[in-house]
Design a protein around this ligand. Structure first.
Ligand SMILES: C[S@@+](CC[C@H](N)C(=O)[O-])C[C@H]1O[C@@H](n2cnc3c(N)ncnc32)[C@H](O)[C@@H]1O
Ligand code: SF4
Length: 463
C-alpha cells in the first residue's frame, strides 16, 4: 500500500486547477443516455441473478422533500412545507419497491441500505415505518447490514433518533456545513450547535455504530479563522466520519445558488487555505484523510476498508461493500446493476407518472463497454487506494497495461515530472503531492473527458 501522507503544494494545485468529475461512477452521469430503457435494466437485473455467485445488494432510496431551501444546495430536492406531497410519492415508492424486489432473487442479502435526499426525515414516523416494512417484505434485509440515513438535525429530536434505530438504521450522517451564524444566515440554513450536538449524543445513546458529519468549505463569509471555530466544535463532538465538501458553485445549473452573494465567497486562495487548515486540524485530531473530501477515525469501516484494499466509490462518495449491485429507488435515484448504470426520472411529476403507469421510471443509463470496465477499475483503484498494481491488473483483464494505455503515458509522464505520481513497471503510485489532485490523475484515464471539451459547464473545481 502506498504511503498515506500528503503534501499541500499550492503552486502545483494552482497549475492543475480545473473542473472535473468526482468519479462516483465511471462512465460519469454525462454519458448516461436515453437509449438505455427499462428493458435494458430488466436484462441487467436478471443477468445478475444468473451469475455463479450473485452479488449482495445495496439499496438506495431518494426522499426529495425539504421544508426550507439551503441556497448552496446541489441535491435533487423539492422544497415544500406541505406534508401532503409525500402521500403520492410514497405510494409510487411502494410500487417501485415491489417491482424492483421482484427482479432480484430473494436469497440475495441487502448488505447496505441508504436513505438520502433531500431530507428523509421530512417523512413522519408512520411513513418511515411503512417504507421500511415494505422494503423488508420485498428484499432480504439482515441484522448486521450497514443501514444508514441522512439527517437534517433541524427535523429530528432524540426520540426520533431512537425510533430510527429501532427501525433498523445503525449509521447516520448529519448535515451541518458550518456553525458560524453569519455563514448560516448567508446560506439560509440556521441550525444551532445545541441542535446538532444533541442529535449526535442521542445517536450515541441509541447505539448507532457510526455518526458522520457533513461540512462545506467555500461558503460565503468563511475564512480560515471562522472555519477553525467550526472545526474545534466538530472535533470535540468526535464523529466517526467527517466530509468536508468543496462548495460546488454552479448557479447556471442550480437556481437557488443565485441567492448567494458571490462577492462574499472566499477567494480561491483563501478557499485553499481553509481546506489545508481543515486537513491539518483533522489529521492532528487523529482522523485519517481517506481522500478527496472524506475523513474517518482509524477504526471506522471506511479507514479499515482502505487499509484492506476494499474501498470503493458510489453515489454517496467513498464507500464499503463495493461488490454489491446497487438498486436505486425514488426520483433521480441512480443504480449500478451488473455492468450498467441507470437513473430514474429526475422530475418528481414525471417519476410519479411513470410509476403510476405501471412500469419502472428508468429514463437513462449506460451499458459499460469492455473499455469502460477496464478504465473504471483503474480509476477506482487510484481514487480509493492511490496505487495500481500493474501485474495483477494485467492478469485480471488479460492485457498489457502499457500497451493498452499507451496514449495516456504522455500525460502520466508529465505528472510524474511534477511529482504527482511514480510510474514504474510494476505499479502506478500516487505520491503525497498527487493525493489532493487525484481527480486530475483519474481524468487521464477518462476516455470521454478526453474526447470532449465541455467539462467546464458540468463539473465542479477539483479543489
Ligand atoms: C442531501 S444533503 C444532506 C441531508 C440533509 N438534507 C441535510 O441537509 O442535512 C447531502 C450533503 O451534500 C452537501 N452539499 C449539498 N450541496 C452542495 C454543494 N453545492 N457543494 C458541496 N456540497 C454540497 C452538503 O454537505 C449536504 O449535507
Ligand atoms: S442541504 Fe439538505 S436540507 Fe438543505 S436544501 Fe439541500 S437537501 Fe435540503
Amino acid at each position: 500500500m502506498t504511503e498515506l501522507t500528503l503534501v499541500f503544494d499550492r503552486e502545483l494545485i494552482r497549475r492543475y486547477d480545473r473542473q472535473g468529475p468526482r468519479y462516483t461512477s465511471y462512465p460519469t452521469a454525462v454519458q448516461f443516455n436515453d437509449g438505455y430503457a427499462v428493458s435494458h435494466y430488466y436484462k441487467h437485473a436478471h443477468g445478475t441473478n444468473e451469475e455463479q455467485k450473485p452479488a449482495p445488494l445495496s439499496l438506495y432510496f431518494h426522499i426529495p422533500f425539504c421544508a426550507t431551501v439551503c441556497f448552496y444546495c446541489a441535491c435533487n430536492k423539492v422544497v415544500t412545507k406541505n406534508q401532503a406531497h409525500t402521500v403520492r410519492y410514497l405510494d409510487c415508492l411502494s410500487l417501485e419497491i415491489e417491482k424492483q424486489g421482484g427482479l432480484f432473487d430473494k436469497s440475495r442479502k441487502v448488505e447496505q441500505l441508504h436513505w438520502g435526499g433531500g431530507t428523509p426525515t421530512f417523512l413522519n414516523q408512520q411513513q418511515m415505518g411503512r417504507l421500511m416494512e415494505e422494503t423488508r417484505r420485498h428484499f432480504h434485509l439482515i441484522d448486521d447490514g450497514e443501514y444508514s440515513i441522512e439527517i437534517d438535525p433541524r427535523t429530528v429530536d432524540p426520540e426520533r433518533i431512537v425510533f430510527l434505530r429501532d427501525l433498523g438504521f445503525n449509521r447516520l450522517s448529519l448535515g451541518v456545513q458550518d456553525f458560524d451564524p453569519t455563514v448560516q444566515q448567508a446560506v439560509n440554513r440556521i441550525q444551532s450547535e445545541e441542535q446538532t450536538l444533541g442529535i449526535i449524543d442521542a445517536a450515541r445513546g441509541a447505539g448507532f455504530k457510526s455518526v458522520s458529519l457533513d461540512l462545506i468549505y467555500g461558503l460565503p463569509f468563511q475564512s480560515v479563522d471562522s472555519f477553525d471555530k467550526t472545526l474545534n466544535r466538530v472535533i470535540d463532538a468526535s464523529p466517526d466520519r467527517i466530509s468536508v465538501f468543496n462548495y460546488a458553485h454552479l448557479p447556471h445549473l442550480f437556481k437557488t445558488q443565485r441567492q448567494i452573494d458571490e462577492s462574499a465567497l472566499p477567494l480561491p486562495e483563501e478557499k485553499l487555505r481553509i481546506f489545508r487548515h481543515a486537513i491539518e486540524r483533522l489529521s492532528d485530531a487523529g482522523y485519517v484523510y481517506i481522500g478527496m473530501d472524506h475523513f474517518a477515525k482509524p477504526f471506522d469501516e471506511l479507514a479499515v476498508a482502505q487499509r484492506e484494499g476494499k474501498l470503493s466509490r458510489n453515489f454517496q462518495g467513498y464507500a464499503t461493500h463495493g461488490d454489491c449491485d446497487i438498486v436505486g429507488m425514488g426520483v433521480s435515484a441512480i443504480g449500478r446493476v451488473g455492468n450498467s448504470y441507470s437513473q430514474n426520472e429526475r422530475d418528481l411529476e414525471q417519476y410519479q407518472k411513470r410509476m403510476e403507469n405501471g412500469d419502472l421510471a428508468v429514463f437513462r443509463g449506460v451499458e459499460l463497454t469492455w473499455d469502460d470496465v477496464l478504465r473504471r477499475d483503474v480509476i477506482n483503484q487510484l481514487i480509493c487506494h492511490f496505487e495500481l498494481q500493474i501485474q495483477s491488473y494485467e492478469t485480471r483483464y488479460g492485457i498489457d497495461f502499457w500497451e493498452y494505455f499507451a496514449a495516456e503515458t504522455v500525460q502520466l509522464s508529465k505528472m510524474q515530472g511534477d511529482g504527482l505520481l511514480a510510474v514504474e513497471r510494476g505499479s502506478l503510485r500516487v505520491l503525497p503531492a498527487g493525493r489532493l489532485l487525484i481527480r486530475n490523475i483519474c481524468m487521464v484515464f477518462d476516455f470521454y473527458l478526453n474526447s470532449q471539451d465541455d467539462d467546464k459547464v458540468r463539473f465542479s473545481k477539483v479543489i
